[in-house]
Design a binder for this molecule. Structure first.
Ligand code: GUN
Length: 302
C-alpha cells in the first residue's frame, strides 16, 4: 500500500487564498488591513530564514508588515520597550518574537510582555489557558498545532473517537496538540496519549495510533513496524542531517529529514506528511490566519 500524501504546500495555498479574499473584503468594507510586526534578535540563519518567509507571506496577503531586526546584544529592557511600543500601536494586530532568544534574555519575560490580544503565536500564558479551556475561549491556537489539526481535517481523516498518539511534550507542539485533539468539537473528540523520552515502551503506544503525531526532533525515531496499517502519520520533525547544493539556485541548502522513516512508513500508513513540504508550510500559514483573526476580534467581526 502507498499512503496518500498530505501536502502542506497545497493546503497552504488553499488557506492563503481564503485569507487573501477575507483581507480584501475587510479592507474594502472597513478600510483596515492586518498588521504584523516580526521581531528578530541576532543573526541565526534558521531564524532569519523563518522570519523572511513570514514577511514574504504577510506581504503577499496585503498585510501591513513591520520588520524589527535587532542586534544580538540588545538588552532585555530595550526589547521589552520595543514590545510595549507595538502593544500600544493600533495598526498592529500581531506581535511575533522569533525564538530562540539570546541567553541573556529571559524569554518567559518577553513572551509574557506581549499583549495577549496581539499574541498571534499563542504562547502567552493567558492564551495557553484559553486553549486548555477550549471552545469559544480559544483566540490564538499556537501555529504548528493549529496547522496539524487543519491538515488532518482537510485530509478527511476522522478524529472523533480516534486514538491519537503524540510523540513529544514540548510547549510549542506536543502539549498543545494533545490538548486540542482531546477537546469537544470538530477536528477533535479524540482519545489522546502523549509519549516522551521517559515512556517505557514507545513502540506499543505508537502501534495503537489511528493518528500518530511525531514531534520529537529525532531523525528516523519512528520505525515502520510501529505504524498501524492505514494510520494517519503527521511528521513534525525538521532535522538538518547534512547539506547539498540546490539544483535551482546553486546555493548550499540543508538536507532535511523528519522523525519518521518516511520511505518505509508510506507503505504502511493510510496518509502521511512528507518532510519537507508537510507540516512546515502550515506554521506560517496559521500565523497569518491568527493575525487576520486578531484584526477581526478588534473590529468585532469574528
Ligand atoms: N521558533 C521556532 N518556532 C517558532 C514559532 O512557532 N514561533 C516563534 N515566535 N518562534 C519560533
Amino acid at each position: 500500500m502507498t499512503a496518500k500524501l498530505i501536502k502542506g504546500t497545497e493546503i497552504r495555498e488553499e488557506i492563503l487564498e481564503e485569507i487573501a479574499a477575507e483581507v480584501k473584503e475587510i479592507k474594502e468594507k472597513n478600510g483596515v488591513v492586518p498588521g504584523l510586526v516580526t521581531i528578530l534578535v541576532g543573526e541565526s540563519p534558521a531564524s532569519i530564514s523563518y522570519v523572511t518567509l513570514k514577511i514574504k507571506t504577510a506581504n503577499r496577503l496585503g498585510f501591513k508588515e513591520i520588520q524589527e531586526n535587532q542586534p544580538e546584544t540588545i538588552s532585555e529592557e530595550d526589547l521589552l520597550a520595543l514590545i510595549n511600543k507595538y502593544n500600544d500601536d493600533d495598526s498592529i494586530h500581531g506581535i511575533l518574537v522569533q525564538l530562540p532568544l539570546p541567553k541573556h534574555i529571559d524569554d518567559k519575560k518577553i513572551l509574557n510582555a506581549i499583549d495577549p490580544d496581539k499574541d498571534v503565536d499563542g504562547f502567552h500564558p493567558i492564551n495557553v489557558g484559553r486553549l486548555m479551556i477550549g471552545g469559544d475561549e480559544v483566540k490564538f491556537p499556537p501555529c504548528t498545532p493549529a496547522g496539524i489539526q487543519e491538515m488532518i481535517v482537510r485530509a478527511g481523516v476522522e478524529t472523533s473517537g480516534a486514538e491519537v498518539v503524540v510523540v513529544g511534550r514540548s510547549n510549542i507542539v506536543g502539549k498543545p496538540i494533545a490538548n486540542m485533539m482531546v477537546q469537544k468539537g470538530p477536528g477533535a473528540n479524540s482519545t489522546v496519549t502523549v509519549v516522551h523520552t521517559r515512556t517505557r515502551d514507545l513502540a506499543s503506544h505508537c502501534k495503537r495510533a489511528d493518528i500518530l503525531i511525531v514531534a520529537a526532533g529525532v531523525p528516523g525515531l519512528v520505525k515502520p513496524e510501529w505504524i498501524k496499517p492505514g494510520a494517519c502519520v503527521i511528521d513534525v520533525g525538521v532535522n538538518r542531517i547534512g547539506e547539498k547544493i540546490s539544483e535551482k539556485t546553486g546555493k548550499k541548502i540543508a538536507i532535511l529529514s523528519g522523525d519518521v522513516d518516511f520511505d518505509a512508513a508510506k507503505e504502511i500508513a493510510g496518509s502521511i506528511t512528507p518532510v519537507p513540504g508537510g507540516v512546515g508550510p502550515m506554521t506560517i500559514t496559521m500565523l497569518m490566519k491568527n493575525t487576520l483573526k486578531s484584526l477581526k476580534f478588534r473590529q468585532g467581526i469574528a
